[in-house]
Design a protein around this ligand. Sequence first.
Ligand SMILES: C[S@@+](CC[C@H](N)C(=O)[O-])C[C@H]1O[C@@H](n2cnc3c(N)ncnc32)[C@H](O)[C@@H]1O
Length: 204
Amino acid sequence: MADSTINRYNRKAQKYGQRWQKYLDHTHQRLLNYIEVDPSDIILDPSGGTGLLTQKLIDQNYSFDRFVVNDPSDKMLAIARQRLSGKSSISFDNQKVQDLSYPQNYFTKIICLNSFHFYEKQQQVLNQFYNILKPSGKLYILDWNREGFFRICNQFINWTNTEFINTRSLPELQQMMTGTKFNIQTSHSWNWRYWKFMFVEGVK
Ligand SMILES: C[S@@+](CC[C@H](N)C(=O)[O-])C[C@H]1O[C@@H](n2cnc3c(N)ncnc32)[C@H](O)[C@@H]1O
């Protein structure tokens, strides 16, 4: 179940940051433009990769109470652990998103960045996100958006990759989130190079 994706990230972890630097700079900065982080926040990044988002939050003087960097790829997570070592407010987990085992009503924010298209049971994952968020907690998703010219690029990516990819359009993601009882607060859609992205903020 999605293990080919995890294996691929294990193989490419060392070169990930450099290979995708411009893409990562763009998507992370866009996300940071859209989200709010409060000093009392308990945040989950369910596919935190190499911990880049957490590092950017720290570098840009955001403060939070606790931050959990989760990623099922050991090698990606090892880089996150190294990058963020010695910071007591940050912890690390190694779970697949479909198997997350956190208490109900636990997190104030969940930030899912560049990863939703890899999730096989997306509706089930959204339900799980909803359960582990506190009431009034927020889910932020930034991901590829299967609309316009990017439909063709996405089809090409699907043909040339062996791992599971299910890219959604903005209306599809909004519908899935409202079906999970999230109230959609904000959404954005934009082009960058040959990519098309979307951002959605849902409130529990
Ligand atoms: C494109 S990377 C994004 C990493 C990070 N969010 C970023 O923007 O740099 C996708 C991440 O999704 C993770 N991933 C793949 N399958 C997953 C699953 N089933 N559950 C949770 N994360 C998964 C990969 O290990 C990888 O770190």
